[in-house]
Ligand binder design. Structure first.
Ligand code: ATP
Ligand code: MG
Length: 222
């Protein structure tokens, strides 16, 4: 099992007597493609962050590739996240001083994967995402849609087991959006990864195998 959430809950940051959400249960294997919707402020981004161990949870258990994140120390969690997870952040979070190419290369380098295979891997992803001609640009020289595609490439470069994508097509025109979605769908279809995507797009949701709504009481089928 790639991802298992059991009774996961998070309290509201400024009103800790209240739950932002609780009783979140989800099981995902390689090949699963799940879309999550929910009202703004319900905690969708928070849920993805806490799955990755980037924010705390207040209840429940997160198992990533069979490992309980809570049983690991900070180093162990960082290592597991680095190897197993790709994350497309809602606000991209590209490093401003690095070119698109160097941003995409980061997870590859952090995981000490073979240098000789990196150029080919970046070229293939860039081609697929239509950013080949922008690889030497700095993030501030890129449009929002280009930054988003660089963020998608960075999340995928090291072939993570779990892709967490927070509105990964939010800044893209319909054509680019379709390309990114088909790339994510192909990843899942080829069982290369489990894909968990937050989206407001009906098209995105329709491509996913399962569409769920995050409510205060947990995840509910749509
Ligand atoms: N750093 C923070 N400090 C305090 N409150 C926060 C912080 N980050 C998020 N929140 C609050 O937590 C709640 C959940 O936020 P989150 O960003 O997870 O929602 P979301 O469902 O992703 O919303 P959106 O659809 O607008 O992206 C919101 O009420 C938000 O204001
Ligand atoms: Mg959000």
């Amino acid at each position: 099992m790639t991802l298992s959430l059991r009774g996961v809950g998070r309290r509201t940051p400024d009103a800790p007597d209240h739950w932002l959400f609780q009783n979140v249960d989800l099981q995902m294997d390689a090949g699963a493609f799940v879309a999550i919707r929910g009202e703004s402020g319900r905690g969708k981004s928070t849920l993805l962050h806490l799955i990755a161990g980037l924010e705390r949870k207040d209840a429940g258990q997160v198992l990533l590739c069979g490992q309980d994140m809570d049983s690991l120390d900070d180093n162990g969690r960082t290592l597991l996240r680095r190897q197993k997870i790709g994350f497309v952040f809602q606000a991209f979070h590209l490093l401003p001083q690095l070119s698109a190419r160097e941003n995409i290369a980061l997870p590859w380098r952090l995981n000490a994967l073979p240098h000789k295979d990196l150029p080919g891997r970046i070229a293939a992803l860039a081609e697929r995402l239509g950013i080949t001609h922008r690889l030497e640009a700095l993030p501030r020289e890129l449009s929002g849609g280009e930054q988003q595609r660089v963020a998608v490439a960075r999340a995928l470069v090291h072939r993570p087991s779990l892709l967490l994508a927070d509105e990964p097509t939010g800044s893209l025109d319909p054509e680019r959006s379709e390309e990114v979605l088909s790339l994510l769908a192909a990843l899942a279809a080829e069982a290369q990864a489990a894909v968990l995507m937050v989206t407001h797009s009906g098209r995105a949701a329709s491509l996913a195998g399962q569409c769920l709504e995050l409510r205060r009481s947990g995840l509910h089928p749509l």
